[in-house]
Design a protein around this ligand. Sequence first.
Ligand code: ATP
Ligand code: MG
Length: 451
Amino acid sequence: MLKKLIKFLTPRQSRTLADGPQILHAGEHPIRPRDISSGASKVVDILEDNKFQAFVVGGCVRDILLGRRPKDFDVATNATPEQAKALFRRSRIVGRRFRIVHVHMGRDMVEVTTFRASHDGNNHREAQRNDRGLLLRDNVFGDINEDALRRDFTVNALYYHPRDNTLYDYANGLTDIDSRLLRIIGDPETRFREDPVRMLRAARFAAKLDFTIEPATAAAIPPLAPLLRDIPPARLFDEWLKLFLSGHALATFRTLRELGLFSELFPTVAPLLETDDGFNLRFIEQAMANTDARIHDGKRVTPAFLLAALLWPVVLKTAAYLQAKGENPVMALQRAGGKVVTQQVERLAIPRRFTLPMREIWDMQQRLPLRHGRRAAHLVELPRFRAAYDFVLLREQAGENLDGLGRWWTRYQDVGEAERQAMVDALGNRGSGTKRRRRRSRPKSGGGEPA
Ligand code: ATP
Ligand code: MG
């Protein structure tokens, strides 16, 4: 696929944005109409039958050119959200800052976006900016030329017309695809100020596509990273899901750290990654690698598990602090979990359906070693057992010595009733929790809150 692109592109590389789009007709580019989902093609057809312009646009065109299967299809049109919604029965307008129409067509969900205009200054009701350049609304409609230049990266400003089988490249995206470069359109600082989430998107695409971030684009990011504090925590959580649950968590995590973005998402975790023994970093990177492997194997992944891993070093540190203040170990860990979640949701709005299992996974790290009597039989039946057990395996995989705990539970799940009893009996004093009980009965001293 790329070889074909190179053949088409070589003679035309000195174009500038002012030259208008480079237009590649059927036979001059490698996309075939059947590469487009039937839902997206139908949406384009219906819009055009109603005298609107419509194109397949953005990541799906980029991905097809790279020989990748697109995750979803986006359509850009000159129909307003209301006009588009009126054409499709199963559709609704979503978003406020950026209004788009979700159209359900057969099994596909297609995002239909009205062409946006670029806009200067603060004077338009639909294009408000704050004093740091952040676009509070981006609903000024325009034509396709304007739309292309307000997209984020050159490789995302490619438009494809399925009926004509024609490709429009507005920002030299094809050359950048060819050089595997992720380049922001326009002045990097202005564009990142308008929407700081574009910095996270840069890290995500670079990791997912294995592209290099073009030097001027990359250089603008670290000094602007603190602007992410202006983004609502709910939007950052949505973005977190895309960053870490799309099968490229490890590469994305490394890129985010290089660009100074990780500390903006996880301010309490970032300083703990620099420890001398490197355990925290190894632990988190192992969690990412495992998540990526599960996604590539088509297995289910839960955000709660990965978030529990990301925040575990902070939970341990906070628990140690509380213990030093005289709290018993069990209570210290529980309270630490609560505090860490409370701090983190200020930055990333993690829904309760994830924070509750995260806290259970943490609490169960203290319960899984206590296996005497009927405890093991009880623990293995708990809904959160599987995740908590996987978490133990992860800790061991990262190099923590848990005295064979993971292996013990692996075997316990594999064997029958009689052997389970024998395993518990064989533990003797190990697994009885006596050591912990002794510590728990120590008189409390101090108290007080962690910093
Ligand atoms: P993927 O779907 O693989 O995550 P994508 O490029 O399709 O990647 P979407 O979030 O689906 O990303 O957005 C579709 C298109 O909308 C992008 O390709 C880009 O052209 C434009 N876009 C999305 N978010 C922004 C943004 N914050 N600023 C400017 N343009 C954007
Ligand atoms: Mg998309």
